[in-house]
Ligand binder design. Sequence first.
Ligand code: GRG
Length: 292
Amino acid sequence: MTQFEDKYSEYRKAFEEILTEFCNKLNCKPKILSESLKYSLQLGGKRVRPVLMLAAGELLGINRKKLLNFALALELIHTYSLIHDDLPEMDNDDFRRGKPSNHKVFGVGNAVLAGDGLLNTAYSILLRECFNGEENVSAAKYICDCAGISGMIAGQSADLLHENDGEVDEDILNFIYENKTAKLISAAVVTPSILCGGKFYSELSAFGRDIGFLFQITDDILDVEGSFENLGKSVGKDNAEGKYTEVRLYGLDGCKLKADLLTDKCLKILESFDGDTEFLRELTYFVRQRIN
Ligand code: GRG
């Protein structure tokens, strides 16, 4: 394992301990509710948002324990969005993380409820954090805003609205990418900043936005060049369904160029920190070169 892989799995393990504890305590009635929540949470996934949060927290010198509940809430919100995104009336995908999507196993109604349940529980975790001081209140609000109607939900709404447009408009595309994908990823690195009084706030916001865009563009590239085996979900759907993507606007080569430019932008922002940014630099390359 490289030093980067070692560190990634250390962050991931720290996060998955609290996730496992959360899953073990789930005891809903009826039982199918716990099962459907656990199914999606424990399917795997890269855990890139929690890893980003713990890495940014370390850069700022925050005690990891202060971050774990925020990381848990963020991953719960992300998982809810994937369950709902896979539904027949949304992106209609039968597979996620290499396994049948939540609604293929539990049915559409239960999958809607699983997503609702994860979102509700995330808010409850964030609400509890609000008793730990004003900075926690601001951090919780920031995550809610990134996930909500001025964030991820707005992005998904615009995505649905424009999915059958004949031409791709750059401003609309940027709106969709920023809100649907970049805001939640950005929340991962901005939350630690808020928790320590706004240290490096503007740098981390800019880094989060750019790595979020990069993440979405590499997602588009992978939809063309990736495989089901690596991605664990269907490929080629964007093109087949005429979806609103950067590939349609700039072509595959244009997208790769844009991804390289965003990578450089992220690396440049990291130069302005006085701490050790090696892991975040490597993580940026990882997002650019990812195959899953
Ligand atoms: C349903 C409100 C609502 C929102 C859905 C997340 C989302 C918004 C749509 C998913 C569409 C999509 C493929 C977005 C690209 C970026 C993205 C969020 C990819 C999936 O995230 P990963 O790669 O997934 O972090 P894992 O499985 O690794 O956790």
